[in-house]
Design a protein around this ligand. Structure first.
Ligand SMILES: [Zn+2]
Length: 273
C-alpha cells in the first residue's frame, strides 16, 4: 500500500502527505543538514521514506504530542519535542488510543499490521522557545505556542519567511481537547505570533489547505475575541464522542462562509482562565 507522497513547496522545502490519513509533514533541507517536522500517524515507514528523499543528516522535531504527529517517531532513536507535551505524547502512544484514532480517520479500513510503527521507548530531546536549528543557509527557530496542547510549538524558517504552525493555529483549530488551554490564555499565544508577523509571509499547516496567507493568524486572534464576547455562530461539532462548538459557520468544504481563514473549535467551559 502506498502511504506517502511528496509535493515540492519550493527549493529546500518538501511537503510529505500521508495518503491514508491526510496529515502533512515537512522536510526542510539546508546545505549541511535537514529537519523533519512531525512524523504522521505512523503508517508505513516514514523513516525509510524520508531517508530516500535526502542524503543530508536530519533531526526530527514534533510540533506537539498528538497521535497524528508522533506516529513515526518510534522509528527514530530520538526526537525533539517540548517536554510539556510528554504526558499527551504518552497518552497518544497507547495502542488502544491509536487504534481508535485510526478507525476514526483512516481512509481505508484495513492495512497490514506490520505497516504500523510499533511503540517503543525513544529519547525525547527538549525543545524550548527560541531553540535554533542551523541547517546551513537556513535557520529554523522554535517558537512556543501553547493552546492546542500545552507544549505546542511553531517553527519559523527565517530566511524563507515561512511559519509552520503544526496544529497550534489553523483553519479549524482544536481547542476543545482535554489539556487545551482556555481561549483567553490561547489568545496570548496568537498575539505573540501576530506580533512577529513582519518575520513571515506565509503559513504552512499540517492539515487541510497546506499553504495559507499570514492573515490566518489575525483571523484566529479575532476569533478568540469573538468567542469571549459571544459573537459566534456556535455550530455543534462532535469529535470521537466529544461535544464541541465551531466558532464560525463553515461551508461543505470546511471553509468559513464569511471568507475568513482561521477558525476555532472550542467548549463553553474552556473560555476564560
Ligand atoms: Zn494536534
Amino acid at each position: 500500500m502506498k502511504y506517502y507522497e511528496t509535493h515540492k513547496v519550493e527549493d529546500g522545502i518538501t511537503r510529505i502527505e500521508s495518503l491514508q490519513t491526510g496529515e502533512y509533514m515537512y522536510l526542510i533541507e539546508g546545505t549541511d543538514r535537514a529537519i523533519l517536522i512531525d512524523t504522521g500517524m505512523g503508517l508505513g515507514n516514514i523513516k525509510e521514506y524520508v531517508d530516500g528523499l535526502t542524503r543530508l543528516p536530519y533531526d526530527v522535531v514534533l510540533s506537539h504530542g498528538h497521535i497524528d504527529h508522533l506516529g513515526g517517531s518510534f522509528l527514530y532513536p530520538c526526537v525533539y519535542m517540548n517536554h510539556k507535551d510528554i504526558p499527551v505524547f504518552k497518552e497518544h502512544s497507547d495502542k488502544d488510543k491509536r487504534d481508535k484514532s485510526l478507525q476514526n480517520i483512516l481512509r481505508v479500513h484495513s492495512f497490514p499490521e506490520d505497516d504500523y510503527a510499533p511503540v517503543k521507548e525513544i529519547e525525547i530531546l527538549p525543545l524550548e522557545n527560541g531553540h535554533l536549528f542551523d541547517l546551513g543557509g537556513l535557520t529554523i527557530e522554535a517558537i512556543k505556542a501553547p493552546g492546542h496542547t500545552p507544549g505546542s510549538m511553531c517553527f519559523l524558517l527565517r530566511e524563507k519567511r515561512i511559519l509552520f504552525t503544526g496544529d497550534a493555529c489553523n483553519t479549524f483549530t482544536f481547542l476543545f481537547l482535554e489539556g487545551s488551554l482556555p481561549i483567553q490564555e490561547y489568545q496570548k499565544t496568537v498575539g505573540i505570533l501576530l506580533d512577529r508577523g513582519d518575520e513571515y509571509d506565509r503559513v504552512l499547516l499540517s492539515h487541510g489547505t497546506p499553504v495559507v496567507p499570514k492573515t490566518i493568524i489575525q483571523d484566529v486572534y479575532d476569533c478568540c475575541t469573538d468567542i469571549m464576547e459571544g459573537n459566534v455562530d456556535d455550530v455543534p461539532y462532535n469529535f470521537m464522542g466529544v461535544e464541541a462548538l465551531i466558532a464560525k459557520k463553515i461551508g461543505p468544504e470546511g471553509a468559513r462562509v464569511d471568507g475568513k481563514l482561521g477558525n476555532i473549535v472550542y467548549r463553553k467551559d474552556n473560555i476564560f482562565s
